[in-house]
Design a protein around this ligand. Structure first.
Ligand SMILES: Cc1ncc(COP(=O)(O)O)c(C=O)c1O
Length: 377
């Protein structure tokens, strides 16, 4: 067993060795190191072929066309491009955006920036279980609403929003829907061919791909447009300039290809791991689970122990790498805004811990961690 035991896979995952092998072939002079935009020679053409193979892989996972995939540096950039890019182009239609208070900061801070330049944003409060109330969403929509942004799997809680139901509401009103799928891509199915999602953010590093690469799905039929936020060489249909990082792109595609093939297996593995962990812990402590358990993605467990704050837990068990929702700010430690939005008290939020598992988490690791925790309870 390797220490610390890594239960922080919602923050990032280890790259799958199969992905590394594929990435290595795009770096040195023996491999496809060329600039995918240098099409006057075979070196560039070979790199371009790999980029397009990758685009097709990512597209096929979500039921999209290759031309609907725009490479970015990660989900943060994809979120920024979706929100700011759509706001800029559709502002003549209206200047109102609807989102949820429990979204990732990449969405919330983009909304805040848009507010500074004249857009108005409604931040919906989730239900105490973390889920979006569809009636509240419908009520929040206005004549001038141009965009709704709701994430698929929440990064702190693991709760899964009902994207199909949300898409029905937005498409009936001709409002764009952006989905942040950073935590769900390659883990649970999402299909833009069956669901009227207009924009969808993805990244590779939550699913055993490399950091620093992601993509934005931009619907073509009916045509959705986003204004570029990075200008330069005009790559990615002018929506995102910059030399494409072939090794990163191939790494993302390979990670998602494997994830697609192994999705059912991985899901059952995570469910088994999560159930084993929770059964053993709750036999000794009345832990409180945060977020709707019926819909939770099993790779993420957010809970609080009765006797420890998150800080105490992390000091006591340095051999277990987990995450707390609390964030360090200049003014001190701030409790998770996600848990606060769900109605938890400050003290309860300070107790919250996130355990997140992956394809590589073993039962042995679970048993070891549980044994250590239970010994101290
Ligand atoms: C839901 C969600 N959105 C966006 C991001 C940002 O992704 P990236 O690290 O690829 O910029 C993350 C990861 O932290 C996330 O969990």
């Amino acid at each position: 067993m390797k220490f610390p035991i890594y239960f922080d896979n919602a923050a990032t995952t280890a790259v799958d060795p199969r992905v590394v092998q594929k990435m290595i072939t795009c770096l040195t002079s023996e491999g496809q190191f060329g600039n995918p935009a240098s099409l006057s020679h075979s070196v560039g053409q070979a790199a371009k072929a790999l980029v397009e193979w990758s685009r097709a892989e990512v597209a096929s996972l979500i039921g999209a066309e290759s031309s609907e995939i725009i490479w970015t540096s990660g989900a943060t950039e994809a979120d920024n491009l979706a929100l700011k890019g759509a706001a800029q182009l559709y502002q003549r239609k209206g200047k109102h955006i609807v989102t949820l208070k429990t979204e990732h900061k990449a969405v919330l801070d983009s909304c805040e920036q848009l507010e500074k330049i004249g857009f108005s944003v409604t931040y919906l409060t989730p239900e105490p279980n973390g889920l979006l109330n569809l009636e509240k969403l419908a009520q929040a929509l206005r004549k001038d609403t141009i965009l709704v942004s709701i994430m698929h799997v929440n990064n702190e809680l693991g709760v899964i929003q009902d994207i199909e139901a949300i898409a029905k509401i937005t498409s009936a009103r001709d409002i764009l829907l952006h989905v942040d799928a950073a935590q769900s891509i390659g883990k649970i199915p999402i299909n833009v061919a069956n669901t009227p999602i207009d924009l969808l953010s993805m990244c590779a590093h939550k699913v055993h791909g490399p950091k620093g690469i992601g993509a934005l799905y931009v619907r073509r039929k009916p045509r959705v447009r986003v204004a570029a936020q990075i200008h330069g060489g005009g790559q990615e249909q002018g929506m995102r300039s910059g030399t494409l990082a072939t090794h990163q792109i191939v790494g993302m595609a390979e990670a998602l290809r494997i994830a697609k093939e192994e999705m059912t297996h991985d899901y059952h593995h995570l469910k088994k791991i999560r159930d084993r962990f929770l059964a053993a812990i709750s036999a000794h402590d009345p832990v409180v689970l945060h977020g709707d358990q019926a819909t939770c993605y099993p790779g993420i467990v957010n809970l609080r122990f009765s006797k420890w704050t998150a800080k105490e837990f992390m000091q006591m068990f340095p051999m277990i790498a987990v995450s707390s929702g609390s964030a360090c700010h200049t003014k001190g430690i701030e409790p998770s805004y996600v848990l606060r939005a769900m109605g938890l008290m400050v003290e309860q939020a300070h107790q919250a811990l996130r355990f997140s598992f992956s394809r590589f988490t073993t039962e042995e690791e679970i048993d070891f961690a549980v044994e250590k925790i239970v010994e101290s309870l």
